[in-house]
Design a protein around this ligand. Sequence first.
Ligand SMILES: Cc1ncc(COP(=O)(O)O)c(C=O)c1O
Length: 419
Amino acid sequence: MSNSNGNSNQIPFLDLITPHVELEAELTGVFHKALRSAGFIGGPMVAEFEKAFAEFCQAKHAVGVSNGTDALRFALMACGVKAGDVVVTVPHTFIATTEAISQAGALPEFVDIDERTYNLDPEKLRQYCESQCSVDKSGRLISRRSGRPVTAVIPVHLYGQMAEMDAILEIAERYHLIVIEDSCQAHGAEYFSRKHNRWMKAGSMGRAAAFSFYPGKNLGACGEAGAVTTNDAEIAGTIKILRDHGQAAKYYHDMEGFNGRLDAVQAGLLHVKLRHLAEWNRQRQERAAAYKELFGSAEGIILPFEPQSSRAVYHLYVIRVADRQALRDHLEAAHIGTGIHYPIPLHLQKAYRGLGHREGDFPVTERCAAEILSLPMYPNLGRREQEHVTESVLRYLSSESKSLEGKTAGSAPSHAGVV
Ligand SMILES: Cc1ncc(COP(=O)(O)O)c(C=O)c1O
Protein backbone atom coordinates (compact mmCIF):
# COMPACT_ATOMS: atom_id res chain seq x y z
CA MET A 1 0.00 0.00 0.00
CA SER A 2 1.26 3.46 -0.77
CA ASN A 3 -0.19 6.67 0.57
CA SER A 4 -0.41 10.15 -0.82
CA ASN A 5 2.89 11.10 0.82
CA GLY A 6 4.55 8.42 -1.27
CA ASN A 7 5.70 6.36 1.72
CA SER A 8 4.74 2.76 1.18
CA ASN A 9 3.06 0.92 4.03
CA GLN A 10 2.59 4.04 6.08
CA ILE A 11 -0.60 5.82 6.98
CA PRO A 12 0.32 9.15 8.53
CA PHE A 13 -1.79 10.66 11.25
CA LEU A 14 -2.09 13.78 9.11
CA ASP A 15 -1.22 14.54 5.48
CA LEU A 16 -0.24 18.18 5.14
CA ILE A 17 1.70 17.70 1.93
CA THR A 18 -0.93 16.64 -0.62
CA PRO A 19 -3.22 19.73 -0.37
CA HIS A 20 -0.20 22.03 -0.68
CA VAL A 21 1.12 20.19 -3.72
CA GLU A 22 -2.33 20.31 -5.33
CA LEU A 23 -2.62 24.06 -4.75
CA GLU A 24 1.03 24.88 -5.33
CA ALA A 25 0.57 27.20 -8.30
CA GLU A 26 -2.11 29.27 -6.58
CA LEU A 27 -0.21 29.38 -3.29
CA THR A 28 3.06 30.47 -4.82
CA GLY A 29 1.08 33.11 -6.75
CA VAL A 30 0.32 34.68 -3.36
CA PHE A 31 4.05 35.00 -2.61
CA HIS A 32 4.66 36.61 -6.00
CA LYS A 33 1.87 39.11 -5.40
CA ALA A 34 3.22 40.02 -1.96
CA LEU A 35 6.81 40.32 -3.23
CA ARG A 36 5.80 42.58 -6.09
CA SER A 37 3.76 44.89 -3.87
CA ALA A 38 5.97 44.55 -0.76
CA GLY A 39 2.67 44.58 1.12
CA PHE A 40 3.65 42.25 3.96
CA ILE A 41 1.69 43.70 6.87
CA GLY A 42 -1.99 44.68 6.62
CA GLY A 43 -3.38 45.87 3.29
CA PRO A 44 -5.91 44.38 0.88
CA MET A 45 -4.87 40.71 1.23
CA VAL A 46 -5.71 40.80 4.94
CA ALA A 47 -8.94 42.77 4.47
CA GLU A 48 -10.15 40.48 1.66
CA PHE A 49 -9.47 37.33 3.66
CA GLU A 50 -11.18 38.79 6.74
CA LYS A 51 -14.29 39.60 4.70
CA ALA A 52 -14.42 36.11 3.17
CA PHE A 53 -13.79 34.35 6.48
CA ALA A 54 -16.52 36.37 8.26
CA GLU A 55 -18.94 35.33 5.50
CA PHE A 56 -17.88 31.70 5.80
CA CYS A 57 -18.55 31.80 9.57
CA GLN A 58 -21.85 33.70 9.15
CA ALA A 59 -20.43 36.42 11.39
CA LYS A 60 -20.47 40.16 10.71
CA HIS A 61 -16.76 40.69 11.32
CA ALA A 62 -13.52 38.74 11.27
CA VAL A 63 -10.22 40.21 12.44
CA GLY A 64 -7.02 38.40 11.48
CA VAL A 65 -4.44 38.03 14.24
CA SER A 66 -1.13 36.28 14.78
CA ASN A 67 -2.40 32.92 16.16
CA GLY A 68 -5.31 31.27 17.95
CA THR A 69 -3.97 31.95 21.45
CA ASP A 70 -3.82 35.69 20.73
CA ALA A 71 -7.29 35.45 19.17
CA LEU A 72 -8.62 34.10 22.48
CA ARG A 73 -6.70 36.63 24.56
CA PHE A 74 -7.78 39.61 22.42
CA ALA A 75 -11.38 38.36 22.39
CA LEU A 76 -11.42 38.14 26.20
CA MET A 77 -9.91 41.61 26.58
CA ALA A 78 -12.10 43.24 23.93
CA CYS A 79 -15.22 41.71 25.50
CA GLY A 80 -14.34 43.36 28.80
CA VAL A 81 -12.79 40.55 30.84
CA LYS A 82 -10.58 42.28 33.39
CA ALA A 83 -7.60 41.39 35.55
CA GLY A 84 -8.83 39.45 38.57
CA ASP A 85 -11.95 38.01 36.87
CA VAL A 86 -12.67 34.31 36.66
CA VAL A 87 -13.25 32.70 33.25
CA VAL A 88 -14.79 29.24 33.23
CA THR A 89 -13.75 26.58 30.75
CA VAL A 90 -13.10 22.84 30.48
CA PRO A 91 -10.01 20.93 31.65
CA HIS A 92 -10.15 18.81 28.48
CA THR A 93 -8.64 21.17 25.91
CA PHE A 94 -5.30 22.40 24.61
CA ILE A 95 -3.49 24.58 27.16
CA ALA A 96 -3.82 27.64 24.90
CA THR A 97 -7.41 28.07 26.12
CA THR A 98 -6.30 28.65 29.72
CA GLU A 99 -3.05 30.40 28.75
CA ALA A 100 -5.14 33.05 27.03
CA ILE A 101 -7.31 33.43 30.14
CA SER A 102 -4.22 33.95 32.33
CA GLN A 103 -2.60 36.26 29.77
CA ALA A 104 -5.73 38.43 29.88
CA GLY A 105 -5.10 38.72 33.64
CA ALA A 106 -7.99 36.43 34.61
CA LEU A 107 -8.11 33.13 36.46
CA PRO A 108 -9.30 29.89 34.84
CA GLU A 109 -11.82 27.75 36.72
CA PHE A 110 -13.05 24.46 35.32
CA VAL A 111 -16.26 22.54 34.77
CA ASP A 112 -16.25 18.97 33.52
CA ILE A 113 -17.17 17.71 30.06
CA ASP A 114 -19.99 15.62 28.64
CA GLU A 115 -18.76 12.04 28.36
CA ARG A 116 -20.33 11.52 24.92
CA THR A 117 -19.28 14.69 23.09
CA TYR A 118 -16.12 15.62 25.10
CA ASN A 119 -17.42 19.20 25.17
CA LEU A 120 -18.45 21.41 28.09
CA ASP A 121 -21.40 19.84 29.90
CA PRO A 122 -24.06 22.58 30.31
CA GLU A 123 -25.51 20.77 33.34
CA LYS A 124 -22.14 20.98 35.10
CA LEU A 125 -21.91 24.67 34.19
CA ARG A 126 -25.33 25.17 35.75
CA GLN A 127 -24.24 23.29 38.89
CA TYR A 128 -21.05 25.37 39.06
CA CYS A 129 -23.05 28.61 38.94
CA GLU A 130 -25.65 27.39 41.41
CA SER A 131 -23.58 25.58 44.01
CA GLN A 132 -20.00 26.81 43.66
CA CYS A 133 -20.80 30.49 43.33
CA SER A 134 -22.88 33.12 45.07
CA VAL A 135 -24.52 36.23 43.66
CA ASP A 136 -23.48 39.52 45.28
CA LYS A 137 -25.60 42.62 45.89
CA SER A 138 -24.91 44.01 42.44
CA GLY A 139 -25.94 40.73 40.81
CA ARG A 140 -22.39 39.55 40.01
CA LEU A 141 -21.58 35.86 40.15
CA ILE A 142 -18.78 35.29 42.69
CA SER A 143 -16.73 32.10 42.75
CA ARG A 144 -16.55 30.58 46.23
CA ARG A 145 -13.26 28.89 45.33
CA SER A 146 -11.39 32.13 44.57
CA GLY A 147 -13.73 34.84 45.85
CA ARG A 148 -13.48 36.53 42.45
CA PRO A 149 -16.20 37.63 40.00
CA VAL A 150 -16.99 35.13 37.24
CA THR A 151 -17.44 37.13 34.06
CA ALA A 152 -17.02 34.79 31.09
CA VAL A 153 -17.21 31.21 29.89
CA ILE A 154 -15.27 29.63 27.02
CA PRO A 155 -16.93 26.58 25.50
CA VAL A 156 -14.34 24.76 23.38
CA HIS A 157 -15.72 23.19 20.19
CA LEU A 158 -13.35 20.25 20.50
CA TYR A 159 -12.32 17.88 17.70
CA GLY A 160 -14.50 19.83 15.21
CA GLN A 161 -17.82 19.54 17.04
CA MET A 162 -19.69 22.47 18.53
CA ALA A 163 -20.64 22.48 22.20
CA GLU A 164 -24.30 22.55 23.29
CA MET A 165 -24.59 26.28 22.66
CA ASP A 166 -28.31 26.93 23.31
CA ALA A 167 -28.05 25.62 26.87
CA ILE A 168 -24.70 27.34 27.50
CA LEU A 169 -25.99 30.68 26.20
CA GLU A 170 -29.12 30.39 28.33
CA ILE A 171 -27.10 29.81 31.52
CA ALA A 172 -24.68 32.58 30.54
CA GLU A 173 -27.54 35.00 30.06
CA ARG A 174 -28.99 34.16 33.46
CA TYR A 175 -25.66 34.83 35.21
CA HIS A 176 -24.46 37.70 32.97
CA LEU A 177 -21.52 35.73 31.60
CA ILE A 178 -19.82 36.64 28.34
CA VAL A 179 -19.56 33.64 26.00
CA ILE A 180 -16.42 33.33 23.89
CA GLU A 181 -16.26 30.32 21.60
CA ASP A 182 -12.94 28.54 21.30
CA SER A 183 -13.48 27.58 17.66
CA CYS A 184 -9.81 26.80 17.06
CA GLN A 185 -10.68 23.22 15.99
CA ALA A 186 -14.08 23.89 14.43
CA HIS A 187 -13.85 25.89 11.19
CA GLY A 188 -17.20 25.33 9.49
CA ALA A 189 -18.80 23.17 12.22
CA GLU A 190 -22.54 23.66 12.60
CA TYR A 191 -25.04 23.47 15.43
CA PHE A 192 -28.83 23.43 15.16
CA SER A 193 -30.09 26.11 17.50
CA ARG A 194 -33.62 25.39 18.67
CA LYS A 195 -33.80 28.96 19.89
CA HIS A 196 -33.09 30.39 16.44
CA ASN A 197 -34.60 27.40 14.61
CA ARG A 198 -31.68 27.12 12.18
CA TRP A 199 -28.22 25.70 11.70
CA MET A 200 -25.55 28.09 12.94
CA LYS A 201 -21.82 28.09 12.32
CA ALA A 202 -19.00 28.01 14.87
CA GLY A 203 -17.94 31.59 15.39
CA SER A 204 -21.42 33.09 14.97
CA MET A 205 -23.05 32.35 18.32
CA GLY A 206 -20.89 33.80 21.12
CA ARG A 207 -20.02 37.43 21.82
CA ALA A 208 -16.79 36.60 20.00
CA ALA A 209 -14.99 33.47 18.80
CA ALA A 210 -11.35 32.55 18.35
CA PHE A 211 -9.93 30.55 15.45
CA SER A 212 -6.46 29.10 15.02
CA PHE A 213 -4.98 28.60 11.56
CA TYR A 214 -2.10 26.48 12.82
CA PRO A 215 -1.03 24.36 9.81
CA GLY A 216 -2.80 21.14 10.85
CA LYS A 217 -6.20 22.77 11.41
CA ASN A 218 -9.09 22.27 8.96
CA LEU A 219 -8.12 25.68 7.60
CA GLY A 220 -4.39 25.97 8.20
CA ALA A 221 -1.86 28.65 7.27
CA CYS A 222 1.69 27.96 6.13
CA GLY A 223 2.89 29.28 9.46
CA GLU A 224 1.17 30.91 12.42
CA ALA A 225 -2.17 32.69 12.07
CA GLY A 226 -5.53 33.16 13.77
CA ALA A 227 -8.72 35.22 13.71
CA VAL A 228 -11.51 36.51 15.92
CA THR A 229 -15.07 36.60 14.63
CA THR A 230 -17.85 38.66 16.19
CA ASN A 231 -21.17 40.30 15.32
CA ASP A 232 -20.22 43.36 17.35
CA ALA A 233 -18.51 46.19 15.43
CA GLU A 234 -17.09 47.70 18.63
CA ILE A 235 -15.43 44.44 19.66
CA ALA A 236 -13.99 44.02 16.16
CA GLY A 237 -12.63 47.58 16.34
CA THR A 238 -11.01 47.00 19.73
CA ILE A 239 -9.33 43.82 18.48
CA LYS A 240 -7.91 45.72 15.50
CA ILE A 241 -6.40 48.17 17.98
CA LEU A 242 -5.16 45.47 20.36
CA ARG A 243 -3.41 43.53 17.60
CA ASP A 244 -1.56 46.66 16.43
CA HIS A 245 0.17 48.14 19.50
CA GLY A 246 -2.98 49.83 20.69
CA GLN A 247 -2.96 52.31 17.83
CA ALA A 248 -6.20 53.50 16.25
CA ALA A 249 -4.16 55.56 13.75
CA LYS A 250 -0.42 55.43 13.10
CA TYR A 251 1.45 56.49 16.25
CA TYR A 252 -1.76 57.43 18.08
CA HIS A 253 -1.93 54.84 20.85
CA ASP A 254 -5.27 54.59 22.65
CA MET A 255 -3.84 51.90 24.91
CA GLU A 256 -0.92 49.53 25.18
CA GLY A 257 -1.55 46.67 22.80
CA PHE A 258 0.39 43.83 21.25
CA ASN A 259 2.23 42.90 18.10
CA GLY A 260 -0.49 40.45 17.13
CA ARG A 261 -1.22 41.10 13.45
CA LEU A 262 -1.91 38.60 10.70
CA ASP A 263 0.74 38.60 7.95
CA ALA A 264 -0.50 39.57 4.49
CA VAL A 265 1.15 36.48 2.98
CA GLN A 266 -0.61 34.16 5.44
CA ALA A 267 -3.91 35.94 4.78
CA GLY A 268 -3.45 35.43 1.03
CA LEU A 269 -2.58 31.74 1.47
CA LEU A 270 -5.57 31.25 3.79
CA HIS A 271 -7.85 32.93 1.27
CA VAL A 272 -6.80 30.45 -1.42
CA LYS A 273 -7.44 27.53 0.93
CA LEU A 274 -10.72 28.95 2.25
CA ARG A 275 -12.26 28.34 -1.19
CA HIS A 276 -11.69 24.61 -0.62
CA LEU A 277 -12.67 24.41 3.04
CA ALA A 278 -16.33 23.43 2.58
CA GLU A 279 -15.29 20.57 0.28
CA TRP A 280 -12.47 19.47 2.61
CA ASN A 281 -14.90 19.44 5.53
CA ARG A 282 -17.35 17.38 3.49
CA GLN A 283 -14.57 14.89 2.73
CA ARG A 284 -13.72 14.67 6.43
CA GLN A 285 -17.40 13.96 7.19
CA GLU A 286 -17.36 11.20 4.54
CA ARG A 287 -14.23 9.71 6.12
CA ALA A 288 -15.92 9.75 9.54
CA ALA A 289 -18.97 7.99 8.07
CA ALA A 290 -16.67 5.41 6.46
CA TYR A 291 -14.95 4.70 9.79
CA LYS A 292 -18.37 4.22 11.41
CA GLU A 293 -19.44 1.79 8.69
CA LEU A 294 -16.15 -0.14 8.81
CA PHE A 295 -16.13 -0.45 12.60
CA GLY A 296 -19.74 -1.62 12.55
CA SER A 297 -20.87 -2.74 15.98
CA ALA A 298 -17.43 -3.74 17.23
CA GLU A 299 -17.18 -4.27 20.97
CA GLY A 300 -14.61 -2.65 23.24
CA ILE A 301 -14.41 0.63 21.35
CA ILE A 302 -16.31 3.90 21.66
CA LEU A 303 -16.70 5.83 18.41
CA PRO A 304 -17.28 9.60 18.15
CA PHE A 305 -20.80 10.65 19.07
CA GLU A 306 -22.56 13.28 16.97
CA PRO A 307 -25.83 14.56 18.44
CA GLN A 308 -28.67 15.38 16.02
CA SER A 309 -28.06 19.06 16.70
CA SER A 310 -24.49 18.82 15.40
CA ARG A 311 -22.73 18.70 12.05
CA ALA A 312 -19.14 18.06 13.09
CA VAL A 313 -16.22 18.78 10.76
CA TYR A 314 -13.93 16.10 12.25
CA HIS A 315 -10.77 18.06 12.86
CA LEU A 316 -9.86 14.88 14.74
CA TYR A 317 -11.39 11.40 14.74
CA VAL A 318 -11.18 10.26 18.35
CA ILE A 319 -12.03 6.79 19.65
CA ARG A 320 -11.89 5.36 23.17
CA VAL A 321 -10.54 2.00 24.24
CA ALA A 322 -9.63 0.57 27.65
CA ASP A 323 -5.91 0.12 26.96
CA ARG A 324 -5.09 3.03 24.71
CA GLN A 325 -1.30 2.58 24.84
CA ALA A 326 -1.47 -1.08 23.79
CA LEU A 327 -3.64 -0.18 20.79
CA ARG A 328 -1.31 2.69 19.94
CA ASP A 329 1.70 0.37 19.97
CA HIS A 330 -0.20 -2.17 17.85
CA LEU A 331 -1.05 0.52 15.26
CA GLU A 332 2.48 1.85 15.26
CA ALA A 333 3.71 -1.65 14.42
CA ALA A 334 1.25 -1.59 11.50
CA HIS A 335 2.75 1.79 10.42
CA ILE A 336 -0.37 3.73 11.32
CA GLY A 337 0.09 7.17 12.88
CA THR A 338 -2.06 8.18 15.87
CA GLY A 339 -2.28 11.07 18.32
CA ILE A 340 -3.57 11.75 21.84
CA HIS A 341 -5.62 14.91 22.35
CA TYR A 342 -4.93 15.33 25.25
CA PRO A 343 -3.21 12.88 27.61
CA ILE A 344 -3.11 15.01 30.79
CA PRO A 345 -6.10 17.13 31.82
CA LEU A 346 -5.24 20.76 32.41
CA HIS A 347 -6.15 20.72 36.12
CA LEU A 348 -3.47 18.03 36.65
CA GLN A 349 -0.75 19.76 34.64
CA LYS A 350 2.33 20.97 36.51
CA ALA A 351 1.69 24.47 35.14
CA TYR A 352 -1.58 24.60 37.11
CA ARG A 353 -0.42 23.14 40.41
CA GLY A 354 -1.11 26.54 41.91
CA LEU A 355 -4.83 26.07 41.30
CA GLY A 356 -4.81 23.33 43.94
CA HIS A 357 -6.68 20.61 42.08
CA ARG A 358 -6.39 16.90 42.73
CA GLU A 359 -7.03 13.72 40.82
CA GLY A 360 -10.76 13.01 40.90
CA ASP A 361 -11.83 16.67 40.67
CA PHE A 362 -13.05 16.27 37.08
CA PRO A 363 -13.69 12.55 36.71
CA VAL A 364 -15.17 12.54 33.20
CA THR A 365 -12.23 14.43 31.77
CA GLU A 366 -9.79 12.16 33.61
CA ARG A 367 -11.50 8.99 32.37
CA CYS A 368 -11.58 10.22 28.77
CA ALA A 369 -8.00 11.51 28.85
CA ALA A 370 -6.81 8.01 29.79
CA GLU A 371 -8.66 6.23 26.99
CA ILE A 372 -8.82 8.49 23.94
CA LEU A 373 -6.86 7.89 20.76
CA SER A 374 -6.99 9.98 17.58
CA LEU A 375 -6.92 7.96 14.34
CA PRO A 376 -5.72 9.26 10.94
CA MET A 377 -8.14 11.87 9.60
CA TYR A 378 -7.69 14.20 6.65
CA PRO A 379 -9.67 15.01 3.50
CA ASN A 380 -7.63 12.84 1.14
CA LEU A 381 -7.43 9.79 3.43
CA GLY A 382 -8.08 6.86 1.07
CA ARG A 383 -10.66 4.09 1.45
CA ARG A 384 -7.97 1.39 1.43
CA GLU A 385 -6.07 3.27 4.09
CA GLN A 386 -9.19 3.48 6.25
CA GLU A 387 -9.78 -0.24 5.76
CA HIS A 388 -6.24 -0.93 6.90
CA VAL A 389 -6.73 1.26 9.99
CA THR A 390 -10.05 -0.33 10.98
CA GLU A 391 -8.84 -3.88 10.28
CA SER A 392 -5.79 -3.24 12.47
CA VAL A 393 -7.92 -1.83 15.30
CA LEU A 394 -10.40 -4.72 15.05
CA ARG A 395 -7.58 -7.27 15.01
CA TYR A 396 -6.19 -5.72 18.17
CA LEU A 397 -9.61 -5.74 19.87
CA SER A 398 -10.27 -9.39 19.06
CA SER A 399 -6.81 -10.45 20.31
CA GLU A 400 -7.37 -8.41 23.46
CA SER A 401 -10.77 -10.01 24.13
CA LYS A 402 -9.24 -13.49 23.59
CA SER A 403 -6.52 -12.73 26.11
CA LEU A 404 -9.20 -11.60 28.57
CA GLU A 405 -11.20 -14.82 28.15
CA GLY A 406 -8.71 -16.75 30.25
CA LYS A 407 -8.91 -14.26 33.11
CA THR A 408 -11.45 -14.30 35.92
CA ALA A 409 -14.73 -12.46 35.46
CA GLY A 410 -14.56 -8.88 36.67
CA SER A 411 -11.08 -8.23 35.32
CA ALA A 412 -12.43 -6.82 32.04
CA PRO A 413 -12.05 -3.07 31.50
CA SER A 414 -14.88 -1.07 32.97
CA HIS A 415 -16.40 -0.05 29.67
CA ALA A 416 -15.61 -3.08 27.50
CA GLY A 417 -18.56 -3.77 25.25
CA VAL A 418 -19.74 -0.16 25.14
CA VAL A 419 -19.98 0.99 21.56
C1 LIG B 1 -8.68 24.21 21.31
C2 LIG B 1 -7.56 25.14 20.93
N1 LIG B 1 -7.52 26.36 21.48
C3 LIG B 1 -6.54 27.23 21.17
C4 LIG B 1 -5.53 26.90 20.29
C5 LIG B 1 -4.41 27.88 20.05
O1 LIG B 1 -4.16 28.16 18.73
P1 LIG B 1 -2.67 28.56 18.24
O2 LIG B 1 -1.83 27.33 18.31
O3 LIG B 1 -2.90 29.05 16.85
O4 LIG B 1 -2.19 29.64 19.13
C6 LIG B 1 -5.54 25.65 19.69
C7 LIG B 1 -4.49 25.26 18.72
O5 LIG B 1 -3.82 24.30 18.78
C8 LIG B 1 -6.57 24.73 20.03
O6 LIG B 1 -6.61 23.49 19.51
